[in-house]
Write a new protein. Structure first.
Lengths: 352, 614, 614, 352
């Protein structure tokens, strides 16, 4: 797990971050998930990353569908509004929330069932619109909440717990599909690699469009047995980080000496930087074709690369594409949303 | 397709061979995509400019071009503008339907026929005039390519001669139709003139029918319901429109987008004070609306039957998580894909209880274009006030046909009411914010919006069981109490929704209840019942659900009670029977469900018994 | 959560301090995922083996592990097996709920408490026995890791002592539970023995309650409704199962797949004579079913509320294009996501008229597990016979709880009826095949399947307007006639669907109507009403919609008529009020909608007025 | 339009093909589409290809959703069963029909709205299952039947007819998405290139799994103006065939001399061959990575390549994956679908 984090984050959990908050201020309700569930690890990473980043909770919209994963928005940032909507449609809720209030930071948590099965079409269209959101797929290859049926991301050869049934359908590659829809931030990680997950979250928050985080997150109850490629031990043993990742936020730039050729610096729209120190794989997330080829290699071999797979930020976010005013539409005053009497009369005249 | 009708009231005089003024139905059969629509609108508007009430019904196929389409214009001095089955004049331009269209006419009716279709005439009891349309258009329009576009205007000229339609009004209507496009105006005027001149030289005036100037349309507008709805949504302060195209609701959205583009840019920045999003499907449309409503926008979507079905799951979330949302349902003929270009009121019961589990929704049901406008605003207000889903139940007849109306009432002055929303300042003043607590006893709780900078603001929205403080709960009592509160809120909705319009006639023993686009046909039917059948009637028009208590009283008051609706399953009757079980047995249904706009005679027949064909 | 209940009938003797045999409710509070389920099943089965009627209700959270869960066992010699609110004995194993669980007990109730929870006891009016579970399990189970799995079996032993449950029966139940797994059997027996021995040495028997051998359960089975439904679907000849996981319907599918794997391989090739497809969502599930039904398979899907909503559009296609389909709706508490692990009958009206536009569907409503089995077969038959969508309306209580039942009746001999399908040979014999022609006057047309090698076979299926020969039509008459035929077909369905079960009591003036899982509670309530309130009642159990005319007669016959249902909005009452407007005012509702299985006392209270707590 | 067709098809329209049928036997109802609609050209190509191939109409299932394109299943092969289902869900109906009767030849016709908007998720899952179907997307970049709104395949820069609105959202690339879901037959063509379309259809019929044909099919009424990249003239001028295509059916193999290096021969599962004579682009449809790179080039440049983009046939079709019996499930006799009384008794015994 070759990721470090040199972001100038507050060092102790009681230290106030730039929003004037402590780590605990980012906590939520106690989790009701199974002990050891990968999702809880991701929740912790979200808490830590938001604290490090200095996110203002009241500006956050926590969005989710239905599933064990989708429950977790209740387990962080109690001071943010949250909505646990219906199965597979969080992407739609997010799009609506974004156009209603473009100033919100959307944090969406979904599962592989929620996103890759029932929600696939809507998810891909949200990506196409480049709706600003940090979109987590807490990917455990199964439907946790309904007791462990295979999901569409189960790998070929996965064995059903306590059964003989082997999945033979190819897994849906959410990262590749997101890239095909023009996604500008595509990452894959492992819930247990908390350092990498956190760094990716911070980068995703800094990204202005849709950021897709496909995080392998073992279901310890239903998909953690031998024969599962999404078990804790399988993931731990097979994770192969593409690079050592570091996030340097725009609000606290630090000077680092990079070894040319060894480190890639990705400049983000808001001035933040992500640095990627090359490990054995030679991957540049700014090259779309190469990113695709990497994903295809993974599809063939099942190799478990993690890290920032693809990044670009040239696309307008949806509110820009729509040419919206800067303020939230939600709270525009009457005079901005109801045309004048003169306009009314003019419209009536047109029908005379 | 024509219903057997007796002579209309105001024409009794025709039997004495005197002329009948300002009462005629002209039925025009052309081909979809042939551009006949502009000719028809010119005709409509010319009559209207003469001060004569007029309506236009477009009967078009679910297809883009090449199939038969009909347009029926009814001019009526008394303002009876519902569909009337029997036509006085048929304009037969389409070889595919001319024969069948002629077959449906009453003896003595007039036919204006494109002369190339002459061979299709088999009846001898019609007054057929073959007009050399192709020759006339060739003369009037030198440019070969433009002829297709203006050929239909020739029949406007022919009719102007036959019915004595004011040629000045025709000219004005042409100018209005092609506002700003000079050459089009010239060309169309030439074509209309050509028709007029040819008719003047070759045909007598119509033996029985004439138009003469009147004064019944001053300051009135001609508008489609979907245009009216769009205007209402504009002035209602819609900030988010999410939609997926579907006939017959698309034009609500397309009109609204046009209005948005013209009238809703921020003057300072030129940026949009609205978001209009074409979604990938109806689940997404309603999902966007709920997301936006949750975040505080005034959000609306428009759809029709199939879309309503797809929105069922989200409708339940709106109800249960109490998220404001507006769905405009422009009803078309269902079930299934059904007849996308035919009208029906078949979603009433479906929308009312849309979604699984116990839930009911607020329905606003406009009966005219002015109410499309008013109720669109009202729906936005009620959705936020009640924090729930509100339907605007229009239909294809109301939405896509041309209706004469008084100009609309301007929107109320003052700030748009946004319901019980606590902002940061308001939160300062309360000790505790509990999202689902019934503080005021009306079942309506308070809410806050994401982005509110106050530590009390945040709460967690869910479609699962919850306590007044919005926390998750599977507790039996919590569940039941919350459901009971939602029922209470529905009672508040009953009070806030538009009350019915009641016209009680002294001495009447028959009561008629109807709703939506049936209104003009009911009005005419009442007149016929009164004048011909000596049956005065009282009339209640439902304008919303849940049902207003006045409906109960009305039903109780009459010996015979008929509920007129445009569906097979008597959907509204079912709803009222459940509301008023003690009166259930009284409610008789008059049902119309063949896709055509409802006409007065079928209502008369339903109430007085069918009339014999003479 | 407990309803205020009077003493149960058969225990009146307890007041005289004599022992009550074979009548007890044991309420067990543990933690989800802690493996208590096997202990509870052992207990259930041990009582059953003694010949005593018994039921088990599982009240579990919508969560996988770690949250409170309850299991309630009711043993009753007279066969009253509905939920009974007041428990005689509480087994308190969960620190998160022990205090609240104790608070709900009636004075004098017994508590078997894990001794580590002793500090939670505050009441003095309970008979509390603290049992050293941890110590006992440590002694009985040397392997540290296995202790968690067997600790709960200790209370089985304790109860066996207290209630005099036959230890042989306990041993047999353990063997049954872990059939084939010897070491598990040994371990669990040791744990049960440990509990028994400890109790014997430290506690007196229960002061009032005892179990003694009876003979009421011979040849009876203990089964969940979803298992029964799966067996019905297996023997009904299902060839295509399409599903999307959702509580509480998943186990219908998972059970059916198990059965398929065991019993539906082609003996010659070993290949599958069924397709079981896990779909990507519910729209796909019902789409697969319709595609398969269109192509001639017996296709079924199972779902719950949210899935029903998502299937709305396709339901209309099934109705209108007349494609056989079966949906099993295992109802859970709605609206919205609601309470996924709580029971309700809130989809009745929703399923009945699912989809936009005029349409109604056939509903089969099993009232016991045997009917789950029978009606599953029946649904497949009716769907093909009527060429339409048929719902099997189960619920979570029926589907996921343990029910005692007579063994099911084997399926009928002979070929499975496949409805009016014309194969190539049959087509040879007919002059003309018209897909939607009502040849037999029952509204049901004939159909052909793709792949039929006959030139007459092909036709075009559509959800749009069509003529009897299946050709597209927008014609008003065609539309109306087709809709009228579909209404006629629905009348045929009325005749074919299972008639209600009626139990008329001579002299009764009160009639009760109920359906589905309310049946045992109604039966018990009638007994209470009869014995305690001197109110004999007649009873009609609805088993299908459209409503059978016998329901009308029943309603008419009684002075007071109560319709018991498990939803807030009196959905079935609404349907009957519309069916029988002249009787609408007679129908009073008794409604239960807090998510718990319905109990007899709330019905008694609803009919006789609430009973005071003594 | 560099495609020839040397398949030994019956030469005149009245000549009987191997099914003993004439060209007219493959015709359907008269079209009610606008004169000149691209969809009608595809219908003609379907008729001709099925005639050439000698398809048995009664074994065909014609499947469609809702749209102008979806109407066209009524305009060919009147002797086949057809179903015009609901908008966007033809893929589901097809899956059901396939498992009910695996012997059917499924011909599915959809539009870009039907497939890439509302139907996207279900379509991709059908592809993932490799349901055998010749799946047409008659792609006109708009919703024809609802009067010309932009669809999700409208190119960036497309101008709305009679308006000023320019589409800025990236088009959904159905071919690329299908490939990501493991599709083994992916082609793009132009309705006006009838020769190429026909050849592709025959190859698609010969293919045993899902064959996706993304055919640009101009809507002459709503999307044929200047500024549209899906107009007849634009397509005609810009079409750039990847190769000269030829289909050699298994039932009538002919010997052809190929110039090595110039011609690629794709061997199909049933013994048919597709030959591809290289034009200026150097494309081998058997190479997945290359096919993807080609599609990405198209996404960047908008270049209108047509032809067989990708082919492989290693994946089981869905009925195989499910291990179904060879006969149609639909018509299995009672004794195959109702277990015996002994089984019943055994099951009952288990619950005692
Ligand atoms: C419309 C609908 N269908 C089905 C369900 C049942 N359901 C709840 S969660 C879930 C799947 C969850 O899987 P995933 O998204 O992977 O989350 P996980 O529990 O594995 O984290 C399903 C099918 C539902 N709630 N709604
Ligand atoms: C659920 C649903 N939503 C919307 C519609 C309306 N509708 C009919 S066809 C169509 C789009 C057709 O576009 P496409 O699939 O591209 O076909 P085309 O007409 O362009 O060939 C829509 C939105 C519908 N029939 N059903
Ligand atoms: S079931 Fe699986 S996914 Fe759900 S909480 Fe337990 S471990 Fe996590
Ligand atoms: S509208 Fe367009 S897609 Fe539809 S038939 Fe006409 S040309 Fe074809
Ligand atoms: Mg999952
Ligand atoms: Mg299209």
């Amino acid at each position: 797990m070759g990721t470090t984090d040199t972001a100038p984050a507050p060092s102790g959990k009681d230290v106030l971050n730039r929003a004037g908050l402590k780590l605990d201020d980012y906590k939520g309700h106690g989790s009701t998930l199974c002990a050891g569930c990968g999702h809880d690890a991701i929740t912790s990473s979200i808490i830590k990353a938001c604290y490090d980043y200095g996110v203002a909770p009241h500006q956050v919209a926590k969005l989710s569908g239905i599933g064990c994963s989708s429950k977790t928005t209740n387990y962080f940032m109690d001071n943010a509004h949250g909505i646990n909507s219906v199965h597979g449609r969080m992407s739609c809720i997010a799009t609506g929330a974004h156009v209603a209030n473009r100033t919100l930071l959307n944090i969406g948590v979904s599962g592989d069932g929620d996103t890759a099965s029932i929600g696939l079409g809507n998810f891909l269209h949200m990506v196409r619109r480049n709706v600003p959101i940090v979109y987590f797929i807490e990917n455990n290859g199964c439907y946790g909440l309904t007791k462990g049926q295979f999901s569409a991301t189960a790998d070929v050869g996965s064995v059903k717990k306590g059964g003989t049934y082997v999945n033979e359908l190819p897994p849906v590659d959410i990262c590749a599909l997101a890239m095909e829809m023009g996604c500008g931030f595509v990452a894959r990680s492992f819930s247990g690699d908390t350092q990498q997950v956190r760094t990716l979250i911070k980068a995703a928050i800094a990204h202005r469009g849709t950021a897709v985080l496909d995080i392998i997150s073992p279901c310890v109850t239903f998909n953690n047995h031998e024969g599962s490629t999404k078990s804790v031990s399988y993931a731990r043993e097979h994770e192969d980080p593409l690079h050592e990742l570091d996030f340097i936020p725009h609000f606290a730039p630090i000077l680092v000496d990079y070894q040319p050729g060894e480190t890639i610096v990705v400049d983000m729209h808001d001035g933040s930087k992500v640095t990627l120190k090359k490990l054995h794989a030679d991957h540049d997330p700014r090259n779309r074709d190469r990113a695709m080829l990497l994903l295809h290699e993974v599809q063939r071999t099942g190799h478990f690369y993690t890290g920032l797979i693809y990044y670009h930020d040239e696309t307008k976010v949806f509110a820009e594409e729509l040419g919206l005013v800067d303020e939230p539409l939600a709270t525009l005053p009457t005079e901005k949303i109801r045309p004048t009497r003169a306009v009314f009369d003019q419209i009536m005249a047109g029908y005379k | 397709m024509s219903t057997v009708l007796p002579e209309p009231i105001s024409r009794e005089s025709a039997e004495d061979d005197r002329l009948v003024y300002n009462d005629a139905v002209v039925h025009i059969g052309t081909t979809n995509g042939s551009g006949s629509q502009s000719a028809n609108l010119i005709l409509l508007r010319a009559v209207c400019r003469m001060g004569i009430p007029v309506s236009g019904k477009n009967l078009f196929p679910s297809n883009i071009a090449g199939l038969p389409t009909w347009f029926t214009i009814r001019a009526n001095e008394d303002g009876w503008l519902a569909r009337r089955g029997r036509s006085d004049i048929l304009i037969a331009m389409n070889d595919a339907t001319a024969a069948a269209d002629m077959a449906e006419l009453e003896p003595g009716a007039m036919v204006i026929l494109n002369d190339v279709l002459k061979k299709l005439v088999t009846r001898t009891d019609l007054r057929v005039h073959a007009v050399p349309f192709n020759k006339l258009v060739a003369d009037a329009c030198p440019d070969h390519k433009l002829r297709k576009r203006v050929i239909n205007v020739i029949y406007v000229g022919v009719l102007a001669w036959l019915l004595e339609i004011d040629t000045e009004s025709v000219a004005e209507a042409i100018s209005h139709q092609f506002a700003g496009k000079k050459s089009a105006v010239t060309l169309n005027k030439a074509a209309a003139d050509a028709g007029y001149e040819w008719a003047k030289n070759h045909l007598p005036r119509h033996p029985g029918l004439r138009m003469r100037p009147s004064h019944k349309t001053q300051d009135r507008i001609i508008i489609e319901g979907n245009e009216a709805t769009a205007i209402g949504l504009l002035f209602g302060g819609t900030t988010v429109l999410a939609w997926y195209p579907i006939t017959p609701s698309s034009s609500v959205c397309e009109n609204l987008i046009d209005l948005f583009e013209k009238h809703r840019s921020d003057p300072a920045t030129g940026k949009a004070t609205y978001a209009a999003v074409q979604a990938e499907d109806e689940i997404a449309s309603i999902g966007f609306v709920l997301g936006a409503g949750w975040a505080g926008a005034r959000a609306v979507t428009a759809t029709s039957g199939p879309g309503i079905s797809l929105m069922a799951e989200m409708a339940g979330l709106s109800y249960f998580a109490e998220i404001p949302a507006v769905i405009v349902d422009v009803q078309r003929m269902g079930p299934s894909t059904g007849l996308p270009t035919r009208t029906n009121q078949g979603d009433i019961a479906k929308a009312y209880q849309l979604s699984h589990g116990d839930c009911k929704h607020v329905l606003l049901i406009p009966g005219c274009v002015a109410e499309c406008y008013e109720f669109a605003m009202k729906a936005l207000d009620l959705a936020e006030q009640l924090q729930t889903l509100v339907f605007l139940m229009s239909d294809l007849d109301l939405g896509m046909n041309k209706w004469l109306s008084d100009a609309f009432t301007p929107p109320a002055e003052g700030a748009i009411p946004r319901g019980k929303v606590l902002d940061a300042a308001a939160l300062e003043k309360v000790a505790k914010f509990e999202r689902y607590r019934d503080v005021d006893g009306d079942g309506i709780p308070y809410r806050t919006l994401p982005g509110t900078d106050n530590p009390k603001a945040a709460y967690f929205t869910r479609g699962t069981g919850h306590k007044p403080d919005a926390e998750y709960s599977e507790n039996a009592q919590n569940w039941q109490q919350n459901m009971d509160r939602l029922a209470r809120k529905f009672e508040t909705a009953r009070k806030l929704a538009p009350a019915p319009i009641v016209d009680e006639v002294h001495g009447a023993r028959v009561g008629i209840i109807a709703y939506g686009s049936s209104d003009p046909a009911v009005a005419e039917a009442r007149h016929i019942l009164d004048v011909r059948h000596e049956t005065p009637t009282s009339y209640l028009r439902i304008r919303a659900l849940p049902a207003n208590p006045a409906i109960r009283d009305f039903i109780a008051r009459y010996d015979r009670l008929y509920l007129v609706e445009q569906n097979r399953d008597a959907q509204m009757a079912g709803i009222l029977k459940v509301e008023y079980p003690e009166l259930a047995a009284k409610i008789k249904s008059v049902l119309h469900y063949n896709g055509l706009p409802i006409d007065a005679q079928m209502i008369v027949d339903g109430i007085a018994g069918p009339t014999e064909r003479k």
